[in-house]
Design a protein around this ligand. Structure first.
Ligand code: AMP
Length: 395
C-alpha cells in the first residue's frame, strides 16, 4: 500500500483529492472545519518536502455551475487551517486550471473550483479525468468520504498515474483502522450495531459475523429480533418483514460461535417525545401504547461486562434515540464503557451512519482510538465491499 510517505515531493506538484464538502451557514462561512483539519497532515508533508499542492474537492450537490456551491467560499478557512495563503482557480479543468497550476511554485497551494460543476465528475468520465490528470505529477487520494464512489477524481483519474499514485495520511489511517477491526484484530472482537433499522445494517451484520466474537445489537433493531423470538414489543419500531432474517442471523451466529447480546430491558415511552412518560420495561413485555426508545439498566450492565472483555471494538449506531435527552443515556453509557476499555488498551473504532454525530455530541471523539470520517464509505467497508477509490490506488 503506497502512501505519501513513500514519495519525496520536492519540486513535484501533488494533485490531491480531498473531502472539503464542509457545512456553510447563510453567510457562506464554514461552520465545521473537521474535514479541512483532517487533510492538514498530508498537505503539510508535501509542502515540507518542497512540493506544491493542487487540491480538488466537491461541495454539496450542485446541478451545473452554481455560485452557492463555489469552493471560493472556503479559501480563507483553508488558508487559516493550513497556515498558508491558498490560491484559487475558478475552474477545475481547462486553461484556467492549467495556467494556475503552471504558475504554482514549491510551497504553494492551489484550490480548484467545485468538481461537481461538471457532470462528468459524477459520471466518472475518462476524458474529464484525463484533463484533471494534467494538473499534477503525483495523484494523492485523501478523501475517505467519497472513496465508495467511482467518480472521475476519486477513482478514474488514478489510471493516468500508473506509478505515481498513493494514499494520503487520512485515507491510509482509515484503511488501517478498518483492517485492525476486520482482519488483523486482537481478540476478543466486539461489534456494537445500533441505529434504527435491521434493513439498513443487514449486509454489515452478515459480513462481520465472520470477524467478531461478540455482537451487541441495540437501538431500534432490537425489536425486530425480540418480536421474531415471540416477545411483545408494543409500539416499538419493528420491521415485521425482516423477522425471518433476524432469526436466520441468530442461527448463523450460533453456528459461527458468535455471542449475540440483545437488550433485556428498555426505557419505554408512551410517546415518541422527550417529555413522554417513561418506565423501564422487560424487552419482551412492552404493552400496546408503549415503545422502547433506549437500553435499560440491566442491558447496560450486561453490555459493560462484554465491552470490558474485548480487545477490539467497533461501534456503529446509537443504542437509543440519542437526539432526545431522555433517551440518550444508553448511548452515553456505552460511550463511557468504550472509553474505559480504550484506556485499558483496547482498539476502538467508531464509524458509519449516525454514530459519529453521537460520539461528537457527547464528547467521546478523542476518547476512542479512531473516529471514521466517512459515513457511507465506512458502512460499505464494513459490508466487505472494496471501495473504488481505494482499489484504484492499489491496482
Ligand atoms: P443509523 O443511522 O442507522 O445509525 O440510525 C440512527 C437513528 O436510530 C437515530 O436517529 C436514532 O434516533 C434511531 N434510533 C435508535 N434507537 C431507536 C429506537 N429504539 N427507536 C427508534 N429509533 C431509534
Amino acid at each position: 500500500m503506497k502512501t505519501i510517505n513513500d514519495f519525496n515531493f520536492q519540486d513535484k506538484k501533488a494533485l490531491i483529492r480531498v473531502d472539503f464538502n464542509v457545512p456553510l451557514n447563510n453567510e457562506f462561512e464554514v461552520t465545521d472545519d473537521t474535514r479541512i483539519q483532517s487533510a492538514k497532515s498530508t498537505i503539510i508533508k508535501i509542502l515540507e518536502d518542497g512540493g506544491s499542492c493542487v487540491l480538488m474537492s466537491h461541495l454539496g450537490r450542485p446541478k451545473g455551475v452554481d455560485e452557492k456551491y463555489s469552493l471560493k467560499h472556503i479559501v480563507d478557512k483553508v488558508s487559516e487551517v493550513i497556515g498558508v495563503q491558498v490560491k484559487f482557480a475558478e475552474d477545475c479543468v481547462g486553461h484556467t486550471a492549467e495556467d494556475a497550476v503552471a504558475d504554482l511554485k514549491s510551497g504553494e497551494i492551489l484550490l480548484l473550483e467545485n468538481l461537481r460543476f461538471h457532470s462528468e465528475e459524477k459520471s466518472g468520465d475518462e476524458d474529464f479525468a484525463e484533463q484533471l490528470s494534467k494538473l499534477g505529477d503525483i495523484y494523492v487520494n485523501d478523501a475517505f468520504g467519497t472513496a465508495h464512489r467511482a467518480h472521475a477524481s476519486t477513482a478514474v483519474v488514478a489510471q493516468f498515474f500508473p506509478e505515481n499514485k498513493c494514499f494520503g495520511n487520512l485515507l491510509a489511517k482509515e484503511i488501517e483502522s478498518i483492517d485492525k477491526v476486520l482482519n488483523n484484530s486482537e481478540k476478543p472482537v466486539l461489534a456494537v450495531l445500533g441505529g434504527a433499522k435491521v434493513s439498513s445494517k443487514i449486509t454489515v451484520i452478515e459480513n462481520i459475523l465472520d470477524k467478531v466474537d461478540h455482537l451487541i445489537i441495540g437501538g431500534g433493531m432490537t425489536f425486530t429480533f425480540v418480536k421474531a423470538k415471540g416477545g411483545k414489543v408494543g409500539n416499538s419500531i419493528c420491521e415485521d418483514d425482516k423477522m425471518d432474517l433476524a432469526l436466520e442471523i441468530l442461527e448463523k451466529a450460533k453456528a459461527k460461535n458468535v455471542q449475540i447480546h440483545i437488550p433485556v430491558d428498555v426505557v419505554g415511552a408512551d410517546n415518541f417525545a422527550n417529555d413522554a412518560n417513561t418506565q423501564v420495561l422487560d424487552v419482551t413485555q412492552i404493552p400496546e401504547g408503549w415503545q422502547g426508545l433506549d437500553a435499560g439498566p440491566k442491558s447496560l450492565a450486561n453490555f459493560e461486562e462484554v465491552v470490558n472483555q474485548c480487545k477490539t471494538i467497533l461501534w456503529n449506531g446509537p443504542l437509543g434515540v440519542f437526539e432526545m435527552k431522555t433517551f440518550s443515556k444508553g448511548t452515553i453509557a456505552l460511550g463511557n464503557y468504550i472509553e474505559n476499555a480504550t484506556k485499558n488498551g483496547a482498539f476502538s473504532l467508531v464509524g458509519g451512519g449516525d454514530s459519529v454525530a453521537a460520539v461528537k455530541q457527547f464528547g467521546f471523539a478523542d476518547k476512542v482510538s479512531y473516529v471514521s470520517t466517512g459515513g457511507g464509505a465506512m458502512l460499505e467497508s464494513l459490508e466487505g465491499k472494496t471501495l473504488p477509490g481505494i482499489e484504484a490506488i492499489l491496482n
